[in-house]
Design a protein around this ligand. Structure first.
Ligand SMILES: [Zn+2]
Length: 218
């Protein structure tokens, strides 16, 4: 283990714990191979309120835009004020998510796992899927990776980025069989080969952890 003398927060001698794979998702923010689940915060009261406020402001702004086109007048003071309010709500929403991600990444790294494995996010491929588009737009998954990169560096934890084509969701974490017909709507992974059944995201997380094991022993 590399010791990180520069970071005051890790002066406590923390034992190195089991390696972990982290599946970054849509339904949950992340599912970890040790069973931890980090929820999305979209459904919290605070975020619902902010999203509602944003929609209301956007509706009002769009009426202003329509009027602007009809009357060919320049942007009104009222519209400028609305735009400022929309920017402010957007910032608040982003901060909520960023803080939530900070809590998660700190918790993951501070247990000092032997290593952490995440997927290489194929942003282009994901954008084709409309259900994922919003998550990507907000850059949340990229933010998780960014934070993990520097926090792992601080704490001397090895971060492994799995190859972009590694099919972590499709493989059976028990026997290695590859399921070719796994749909995004299948929340449970069932292996036709060995009969194993597991939560889809947990299966992917375990696969990522095993990927790291192989990577390091190679
Ligand atoms: Zn299997």
């Amino acid at each position: 283990m590399v010791s990180v003398a520069a970071d005051v927060e890790c002066t406590d001698a923390v034992e190195v714990t089991e390696p972990i794979g982290v599946d970054l998702g849509v339904k949950e923010l992340a599912v970890v191979s040790d069973g931890q689940i980090f929820k999305n915060i979209n459904k919290t009261r605070k975020l619902k309120q902010l999203e509602k406020r944003k929609k209301r402001l956007q509706r009002r702004a769009s009426r202003h835009y329509e009027r602007m086109v009809k009357t060919r007048c320049k942007k009104s003071r009222g519209l400028e004020k609305l735009e400022k309010q929309i920017r402010s709500v957007n910032n608040k929403i982003r901060d909520q998510h960023t803080n939530h991600i900070h809590q998660m990444t700190s918790k993951l790294v501070k247990t000092k796992p032997a290593f952490i494995v995440i997927e290489d996010l194929n942003v282009n491929g994901m954008l084709k899927n409309h259900r994922l588009a919003k998550a990507i737009q907000d850059n949340r998954l990229a933010e998780v990776r960014r934070q993990l990169e520097y926090k792992c560096n601080w704490y001397g934890v090895k971060l492994i980025i799995a190859d972009r084509f590694y099919p972590s969701s499709k493989l059976c974490s028990d026997c290695g069989h590859k399921k070719t017909d796994l749909k995004l709507s299948d929340r449970t992974y069932h292996c036709d080969e060995c009969g194993m059944t597991m939560d889809r995201d947990l299966n992917a997380a375990v696969n990522l952890m095993q990927y790291g094991m192989r990577e390091l022993s190679a």
